[in-house]
Design a binder for this molecule. Structure first.
Ligand SMILES: Nc1nc2c(ncn2[C@@H]2O[C@H](COP(=O)(O)OP(=O)(O)O)[C@@H](O)[C@H]2O)c(=O)[nH]1
Ligand SMILES: [Mg+2]
Ligand SMILES: [Zn+2]
Length: 344
């Protein structure tokens, strides 16, 4: 019998995951292309964690495997989650045990500030450190000026400007690739995430948006994948996540919008609606231009969405809890009747 082994998920599919031995990630890797191994999950595609929950493993998860089967999901240090459309599970983990979230946004077309704010909120909520990466600097005349505009909405976050074809800005990112550190790239399709992963890996690990030889459209990333880098860091590539449902977290919103949160503290009334109420610090800041309408709208939209998600999630949680008790009482009554008793 094989002893139980600790592994890291490099790719999660329905019913199975691809893994590499976890100790492989602890070393300075030189080969960079050890073959991941397929590990089976149970029939529901789930694996148990120490607290008795059963959960679908995601890329970056650490598992114990025994004889080719996943037997235990380790507690997630951090998790990038989005609101799932599913009726039962409230959140879907996009990546686990990540240290740095690289928020990748293109400079051409113009960066979408609202999207950066949304991704920042997602990142702060994950427990990992966000870093903004602005790509395609070679396509615009004033990348640094544009970066300053983005930095103005990415408070207390490093903003890097890169061009992969020109090879600029990559050294700054390489300082983040310390051994044992896990990074994930997020951002819209076409932003240059896979191109960046390949540039940092120094080899073509991921397909990028170039035209395919067979004329069947463009290569795009369709799955999330963890790429071990030669220096011992790990980089997770993701497909463009469209309309990521924001998982409610007031603290994450307050971090992303620390300027707005600070102003709200100054409003005369604690329950100020910031809509014409007397002594509203936010309305005053809008009037002086200290706060832009765009940022205020963005904050309001995300706060509303987060509140909606929280309510929905509470309702789902309550329904799940009811089901659980129904099941437990049924089992209990069955137990009272005891084995071998006829079912009446
Ligand atoms: N000019 C320029 N093009 C880039 C850069 N980075 C990526 N691209 C191009 O943008 C397209 C989309 O890149 P890809 O990495 O597939 O984007 P993804 O969907 O975010 O993974 C491809 O055609 C890349 O060649 C860059 O820094 N400069
Ligand atoms: Mg891609
Ligand atoms: Zn107010």
């Amino acid at each position: 019998m094989l002893r139980s082994e600790e592994v890291r998920v490099v790719r999660a599919d329905k019913g199975a995951v691809l893994v590499l031995p976890a100790d492989r990630f602890a070393h300075d890797l030189r080969d960079g292309d050890a073959e991941p191994v397929r590990v089976a999950l149970d029939r529901d595609g789930l694996v148990s964690s120490r607290d008795g929950q059963r959960c679908a493993p995601t890329v970056g998860d650490v598992l114990d495997v025994d004889d080719g089967h996943a037997v235990l999901l380790h507690e997630r240090r951090t998790a990038l989650v989005r609101d799932s459309a599913g009726a039962t599970s409230r959140e879907q983990a996009l990546a686990a045990n990540v240290d740095v979230v690289l928020i990748v946004e293109h400079l051409d077309p113009d960066p979408d500030l609202g999207r950066v704010e949304r991704m920042l909120t997602l990142a702060w909520r994950s427990g990992a450190q966000p870093v903004v990466v602005l790509t395609k600097a070679d396509l615009v005349p004033d990348p640094e000026g544009m970066a300053a505009d983005v930095a103005a909405v990415a408070l207390a976050v490093d903003v890097h400007t890169v061009s992969v074809p020109a090879g600029t800005g990559l050294d700054g990112l390489r300082t983040l690739l310390r051994p044992g550190v896990t990074l994930v790239v997020v951002g819209p399709s076409g932003a240059g995430k896979s191109t960046l992963v390949n540039a940092l890996a120094g080899r073509e690990v991921m397909d990028t948006g170039g035209q395919r030889n067979d004329g069947r459209g463009r290569h795009t990333t369709t799955h999330r994948q963890l790429v071990p880098l030669a220096g011992g860091a790990m980089l997770i590539d993701t497909p463009g996540i469209r309309g990521v449902g924001l998982v409610a977290d007031a603290a994450a919103l307050d971090t992303t919008f620390a300027d707005v949160a600070e102003l709200a503290e100054l409003c005369r009334f604690a329950d100020c609606h910031h809509a014409g109420d007397a002594g509203c610090a936010i309305q005053e800041a809008l009037a002086t231009g200290e706060l832009t309408e765009r940022r205020f709208d963005s904050w309001r939209r995300l706060a509303k969405e987060a509140a909606y998600q929280a309510r929905r999630s509470d309702a789902r949680l309550a329904a799940e809890e009811r089901d659980r008790w129904k099941r437990i009482t049924k089992e209990y009554q069955r137990g009272l009747r005891g084995p071998g008793h006829p079912r009446s």
